[in-house]
Design a protein around this ligand. Sequence first.
Ligand code: ADP
Ligand code: MG
Length: 290
Amino acid sequence: MTAKVISVCNLKGGVGKTTLVMALAEYLAGDTMYGQRVLAIDLDPQSNLTTGLMSEEVWEWQYNNRGLTLPFLFKNAEYFLANGNYDKFIVKEEVSNVRNKNSFNCLHLIPSSPRLFEVQEYLPESSVSILRQIITPLLAEYDYILIDCPPSINNIIKSAFYASDFCLTPCVPSRMSIHGLELLLKQIEKFNQDYEHHLNPIGTLISRYNGTVAQTQNLNFIIVNPFFPPTFYNKIPERAKVAESLDFSMQLTYKQKYGDTHDAMVKLTKEFMQRLNQNSVNLLQMVSLP
Ligand SMILES: Nc1ncnc2c1ncn2[C@@H]1O[C@H](COP(=O)(O)OP(=O)(O)O)[C@@H](O)[C@H]1O
Ligand SMILES: [Mg+2]
């Protein structure tokens, strides 16, 4: 089995990308859930996925101060790629604050750092292939590799596109978020042409859904728009509990962490896996056509 690599992206911030990556990682990897082997990669200099999934103290002393966060990997890529050992960049213990009887099969994280803001300014175009080179030897070790993308177009997000087979696009049913999605889809189309790549959008996932009249109108616009990736049947409701979920400080069960969105998370994780399987079959069929 080789890992499926998925970029989670929308060019609008605040649409729930990081929350979705964290939830998918936790629900995919949980022993009492789907028991998958998951690697989450924080590609956003805001580093919200990092602080959501690991202790800041461990991040500071064991990773960032020792040059073991993503910006260092990008900055010194030639050195690390030549040595072929990125294992020390991967956090393997105590990832996520969800604790239950069986915990996780395999939930790992490559953490980021705000230093990525500085590093991304100077990255040459050749750096677009770095993440793919880093991931390739890891493909056999995971079932899913989830990349939390920044809301910007630069060589960092392009490196995520280049490393991924699929993208998942969370979208709040709001005008701004729809514009962020439209812009992203244009950029992906251009990227696929420029790099002869096939990044396959598996679906738009409605997040922070509160069912107001304005949201419902925008939701219908998203659903019927043939240019948008097909909308997920399951949505993430807007809930205070979910807003608190990026706080790592307390150990919680799934239900304590996600409150009444727990069932929605279980279902959307299943839908996510099903869609990826269908898309993989489609891709294989495309490849095997004469
Ligand atoms: N379903 C939700 N209900 C309530 N708040 C949410 C929900 N999803 C995300 N949030 C909150 O909205 C803010 C932005 O979410 P985040 O996942 O960081 O978005 P992004 O990564 O797209 O910038 C965060 O404060 C987060 O806690
Ligand atoms: Mg984010």
